[in-house]
Ligand binder design. Sequence first.
Ligand code: GLU
Length: 451
Amino acid sequence: MSYISEVIAQTEQKNADQKEFLQTVKEVLGSLAPAIDEKEDIYRKYCVLERMVEPDRQIMFRVPWMDDSGKYHVNRGYRVQFNGAIGPYKGGLRFQPNVNLSIIKFLAFEQTFKNSLTTLPMGGAKGGSDFDPRGKSDDEIMRFCQSFMNELYRHIGPDLDVPAGDMGVGGREIGYLFGQYKKIRNGFENGVLTGKGLSYGGSKIRPEATGFGAAYFLEEILRHQNDDIKGKTFCISGYGNAAWGAVKKVSELGGKVVTVSGSEGYIYDENGICGEKVDFMEHMLTLRAQGKSALGAYTDKFGGTLYKGEKPWGKVKADVYMPCAMQNEINLEDAKGAVALGVKYLCEVSNMPTSNEALDYLYENGVVIAPSKAANAGGVAVSGLEMSQNSQRLGWTSEQVDAMLKDIMKSIHSNIVETLGYYRLPYNLIQGANLAGFKKVADAMLAQGIY
Ligand code: GLU
């Protein structure tokens, strides 16, 4: 049995109930053969793959909190510090009812490779809770965040582990989390969290970074293919932070976005989602937080059609599919529909939005795929820049951060292309991203000995 198959088999045996985690381990390890073949004896001897699929540590804790009526609730908190070989642990916190250890481990594993690709020194982690923020009052959110930090604070620090937002955790939550951390630590260590507000050490362009970065990365791909964003039709899902930034930048660059979506279904707007419609997406988030219909509010104001309970994948004709909503939103059937509709590019913005079968089908049918590990790395990259600004105790302008973000997305693409060239492989960005991300982390692990 090959070294890769052996480690996949062991991982399956040890984590049989963690389907999302196993999905990403198979996808990543399954593409590393060229690197492993190069020095298999060393990787085997030092158990590099075995160590790469086992988190440095995983923390689970109780989060008790009180709602506005005085009733107590208990949720479960997580922080998985997956790999600290190249820098302090870094990765977001997700508050969503479906959060479990498998989901946090899959995200933390992917984060390790993503952070490695950014060119910045950040290890991989992820955390969160099965808490449902929808319909909760501000005070409830604050009490929950304070309770969450009452345990988390002992595991994090500016040089140790730097959490940020993810689904269900935005600027408001980061503010409450930081307030509590500061209270407990008795000091203003704002480098401990990123995604902060501008008034207390946040970075310009951080809210836009994930979506902007994805659009910049796509620009690089299109340049490589002698193609252009201008005039292309885009199908985007979600309307949260990542989707908002993507719609904004894609429309600025001359692309026409015809869909956004949410748990209620998707909106098809043939006139294109741009200008004030993009600004309206922020209001949609507020409506969602209040448990109201956000998509209905959009169609009431701007027209377009709401397809209730449906996803756009495989149904809407577009040149580029840009999933920005959640994991596994595109399955094999959707992929078949996409190919039949002539979709040319898939730019993954949410983490692992496409099933492995769907990815294989799309790739075999000539769709160029930008994997999320690379395409959405702009978010965490600007978080890395926020850490730099915090350590320097200064703040850069939007133009400076935006230029650095663009440069980083360019380097991610060129590093992938170089890596593929080195192994004489075709333009398969999934494999290239995995190989490039792996190499840096593996080198650092080997250099630092077994621990
Ligand atoms: N949650 C985002 C991601 O998946 C951002 C993480 C961060 O900024 O640390 O990359």
